[in-house]
Design a protein around this ligand. Structure first.
Ligand SMILES: *Cc1c(COP(=O)(O)O)cnc(C)c1O
Ligand SMILES: [Zn+2]
Length: 451
């Protein structure tokens, strides 16, 4: 069976365009494109057969199908040559059972999808393997491409630089100066990318990279490029697969440029249309109060959307005032009975620390999602028996500097409620023993408070 996919305008303008063509926007109306699949061809395989195929490939060694993304190749980019696929075995990340943290929130069935346990430490790997593979295919087909480029709040550039380096494709990244963590900055440096540290914010970097990529020999890798969405949508499929093909009641995720929530929706809708699932979850997008244009639009029932200038937030990857995927995201929320919540700086820092105490090591964006979850549970929008999956978007190790500052009590504007500092002692066994009993007692007390 041959499957096919192509670009098409999200507003339904006429025209289908090859995925191997360099285009990011609809030539008629200028809005975003999306990847459409030949659903009739995909429907010739029964839902049960797709499930069997995906389960057979799950974490297997046969390249590239052991990747969580390429395990679903027929649903992603069906026609690409396997030899042009640039994969780091991304995806298939753990669905962590947040048992202790769930109990604290009075949730019985809480799971955290650990998308940060990936090659470059964020879910951006899922989209970038698709985009860079398509570029490699284009170059193999003789298309003159000199480099790939993106603007980034840190994680997109890390992913692009790694996949670009793995494929041997020159990579240019546009970063807002002093607005990404040291770990995020060093990733593209280590991978040999050209790192442009610009005196502007993310939205300014985005404008700059769009200028440069007007020349077709520099290929744009931002999520405006809907190839990335195809990779990221596999998060939805994996979540359902890891729940033994049951659909959770809720998915909660942080949103900035709003590509990921659009991708999530696309994954669920595709499974629904192909009969793998028979219901849809509700979706909550969580934003930092300091960068909340989507939250504001939600308050108007999506009747109005105004870009804002995003203020500084610890959740730096979602410090975005003018999200490129706004239209797709609104459509997704309307379809999934979605809600938008927000979290202040101290709420997100506290929630990150609270959840870390139960065995996770969360990035601040996941902290935003968890703080939003707490609010929805408190308002009884989410009920205690419902199955909830929170998408953790990056590895906390990328934000070690923030965590160190939190525990040292030096994080501006945050009074740490879960501070934990190293205890400096002599090597005297008596002092050490006393410190241990004190600690054990304190933990017991905390346990009786938290349940
Ligand atoms: C990119 C990113 C987000 C936001 O995803 P969008 O698709 O821009 O909404 C959230 N968290 C992390 C860690 C990210 O890197
Ligand atoms: Zn159009």
């Amino acid at each position: 069976m041959s499957y096919n996919a192509w670009f098409q305008c999200i507003n339904g303008c006429p025209g289908q365009f090859s995925l191997l063509e360099i285009m990011y926007r609809c030539p008629s109306c200028g809005d975003l494109l999306e990847v459409r699949h030949d659903m009739a061809a995909l429907k010739t395989r029964a839902a049960a057969a797709w499930i069997k195929l995906f389960d057979d490939r799950y974490r297997q060694n046969l390249y590239p199908y052991g990747s969580g993304v390429w395990a679903k190749k027929e649903w992603v980019v069906p026609f690409i040559d396997n030899e042009n696929i640039v994969s780091t075995f991304e995806g298939n990340t753990n669905l962590f059972w947040a048992e202790r943290y769930g109990k604290q929130l009075h949730l019985e069935d809480l799971w955290v999808k650990q998308c940060g346990n990936s090659h470059t430490g964020s879910f951006k790997d899922l989209g970038m393997t698709v985009l860079v593979s398509v570029v490699k295919q284009m170059m193999a087909d003789g298309m003159p491409i000199d480099a790939v480029a993106c603007a980034s709040t840190g994680d997109t550039s890390a992913a692009l630089a790694a996949y670009g380096a793995a494929a041997g494709i020159p990579t240019v990244v546009f970063l807002p100066r002093n607005k990404v963590s040291p770990a995020q900055l060093v990733q593209p440096l280590a991978n040999g990318a050209l790192v442009l540290s610009l005196d502007t914010d993310f939205d300014g970097c985005m404008a700059a990279v769009q200028q440069v990529t007007k020349h077709k020999h520099i290929y744009l890798a931002n999520s405006m490029n809907s190839l990335r969405i195809e990779g990221q949508k596999t998060i939805a499929i994996e979540i359902v697969q890891q729940c033994d093909w049951e659909v959770p009641d809720w998915v909660v995720l942080p949103g900035g440029n709003l590509g990921n929530v659009s991708a999530l929706g696309k994954g669920f809708l595709m499974m629904h249309e192909l009969g793998l699932i028979s219901k849809l979850p509700r979706i909550c997008v969580a934003q930092a109060e300091n960068a909340n244009p989507f939250y504001r639009a939600f308050l108007t029932n999506f009747e109005r959307f105004e870009p804002i200038t995003a203020k500084e937030t610890l959740a730096s990857a979602i410090q975005i005032g003018n999200p490129v995927s706004i239209r797709k995201a609104i459509a997704t929320l309307q379809r999934f009975e979605g809600v938008v919540e927000q979290a202040s700086e101290s709420e997100l820092a506290e929630e990150t620390a609270r959840a870390d105490r139960t065995g996770m090591f969360n990035c601040p964006h996941t902290g935003v999602a968890l703080a939003a979850l707490r609010k929805l549970v408190e308002r009884k929008v989410i009920r205690s028996h419902e199955r909830v999956v929170v998408i953790s978007t990056a590895n906390g190790l990328k934000f070690a500097d923030q965590k160190i500052a939190y525990h040292a009590g030096t994080l501006a504007g945050v009074k740490p409620g879960h501070q934990n500092r190293p205890l400096e002692l002599s090597a005297d066994p008596k002092q050490i023993a006393a410190a241990i009993s004190h600690y054990v007692e304190r933990m017991r007390l905390l346990d009786s408070v938290n349940g």
